[in-house]
Ligand binder design. Structure first.
Ligand SMILES: [Zn+2]
Length: 67
């Protein structure tokens, strides 16, 4: 049983399930959309202090990071 870290949905990982490996930990997602959100957040975290600003703004409506 996997838990989607983005939406919290529980599901069985199957071949083709979207997943990402971060620091030798694999995360599974219920949909490519959740994977996208996760990757966007990971990218933001790599931006150091900018991530803090992102956290302050992340009330679910601010979606910066999209080109
Ligand atoms: Zn999800």
């Amino acid at each position: 049983m996997q838990v989607d870290p983005i939406c919290g949905r529980k599901f069985e990982a199957a071949p083709g399930t979207p997943s990402v490996e971060v620091k030798s930990q694999r995360y599974y997602f219920c949909s490519p959309r959740c994977k996208e959100v996760f990757e966007r957040r990971a990218e933001r975290a790599r931006l150091g202090h900018l991530a803090k600003i992102g956290a302050l703004l992340s009330n679910g409506k601010v979606r910066w990071g999209i080109a």
